[in-house]
Design a binder for this molecule. Structure first.
Ligand SMILES: NC(=O)c1ccc[n+]([C@@H]2O[C@H](COP(=O)([O-])OP(=O)(O)OC[C@H]3O[C@@H](n4cnc5c(N)ncnc54)[C@H](O)[C@@H]3O)[C@@H](O)[C@H]2O)c1
Length: 355
């Protein structure tokens, strides 16, 4: 067998990603992806880490999220534009690259819009595994847009959630969510308010999109013992929880330098104590430590989670062949003769025209 051509890069389109997820099975996909995330969080100290590079505009944000473990390098391009849905576009779209640190050559280019929804859900469920109350079965899911069903499926597969209480300001989003999740083993109630949704919930997930300081949860809505999975506050000036909830909670974050800029904790003093989730996963810090404790995963989405997702997809491609070969990198026979390669292409074109 001939050696794989390094200039040909596997490309996973949206169509191939959907086929891959369905071939693996959605629950199994998030569960295996969660294992990759946990593995990478256990070796957290090895990684290059930086807050993501964000380009803000009036309507949204475009971000680059790079990291490396010294052998592989990954980055994701992702946007966040809450107004997009009104124009029939996604709020969040993404694509990403995995590369070989040794040669610097890309090894994978993939869509990451679907993959981001899966990795965000897997990350949330991993956090809840360590932070949610024992035996949690009921989750309030506030914000029933593109991410919502993925969160539900991951919490079922990894945490054991089988009762959902849905709320969205737009009731058609809740109906869409309930319809998509029908027959997947959930007992689903659509609620008329956030207050109604949180009644009896062990876990509250907020996954709304609004480019402002919103108050999806007020202090009186959060009782003792609850775990909050706050997903939608992920930009400067874009939060979901009333500050008083943060003051009553034990707060767990991905990478503090990024979360202090983007997360719910942007509402708190810069030295407010938080626990890094990797410390909990690695066994260096406690997760949930009491029945009445309010735990908060202040999720913003960090590059290492995308790196784990890229690694997972690359490993899955070997067995499935669900990719195209992309002619992405110039590959002259003599590496320094890049210009000559161009001239030879010109000569070949001229010959083809004459011929
Ligand atoms: N933390 C992460 O890792 C991560 C990853 C992906 C997306 N996100 C964030 O998650 C959020 C949701 O993303 P999406 O792709 O599902 O967006 P989306 O636009 O598809 O859905 C958002 C939903 O929230 C609803 N909503 C808005 N304001 C509300 C309110 N006050 N109360 C109840 N519902 C309300 C909207 O009607 C909509 O149905 C976004 O803010 C996005 O930036 C975070």
């Amino acid at each position: 067998m001939s050696a794989p051509k390094l200039n040909i890069v596997p490309f996973v389109s949206v169509d191939h990603m959907m086929k891959l997820v369905l071939a693996v099975g959605i629950e199994r996909f998030v569960t295996e992806l969660a294992d990759y995330i946990e593995d990478d969080f256990r070796r957290w100290e090895l990684f290059d880490k930086t807050p993501r590079v964000a380009s803000h505009s009036h309507d949204g944000v475009i971000e680059l999220m790079p990291t490396s473990d010294g052998k592989l390098y990954g980055f994701k391009y992702v946007n966040g534009h809450p107004k997009n849905t009104r124009a029939g576009l996604q709020t969040v779209t993404a694509f990403g690259v995995l590369a070989d640190v040794g040669s610097g050559y890309p090894m994978l280019l993939t869509e990451m819009t679907i993959l981001t929804a899966l990795r965000t859900a897997a990350m949330s469920a991993v956090a809840a595994k360590y932070l949610a109350p024992q035996g949690a079965r009921t989750m309030a899911l506030i914000g029933n847009g593109a991410q919502a069903e993925f969160q539900a499926v991951a919490f079922k597969a990894i945490v054991g959630i089988d009762r959902l209480r849905l709320y969205d300001v737009d009731s058609s989003a809740s109906r869409k969510c309930a319809k998509n999740l029908a027959g997947m083993g959930f007992d689903i109630v659509i609620c008329a308010s956030g207050q109604e949704a949180v009644e009896g919930a062990d876990i509250i997930t907020t996954v709304t999109a609004d480019k402002q300081y919103a108050t999806i949860l007020t202090d009186n809505m959060v009782g003792p013992g609850v775990h909050i999975n706050a997903i939608g506050g992920d930009c400067p000036g874009k939060t979901e929880l009333h500050r008083d909830i943060l003051l009553r909670s034990d707060i767990f974050v991905e990478f503090p330098p990024q979360t202090r800029i983007e997360g719910e904790i942007q509402q708190l003093a810069a030295d407010h104590p938080v626990t890094e989730l990797w410390q909990v996963i690695a066994g260096h810090a406690p997760g949930r430590s009491g029945e009445r404790q309010i735990t908060l995963f202040d999720s913003v989405g960090f590059a290492i989670e995308d790196f784990s997702a890229l690694r997972y997809v690359r490993d899955k491609l070997r067995d499935t062949g669900l990719y195209e070969e992309l002619d992405l990198l110039a590959d002259p026979d003599e590496p320094r003769d890049l210009f000559g390669m161009l001239l030879r292409a010109e000569a070949a074109q001229a010959k083809a025209v004459v011929g």
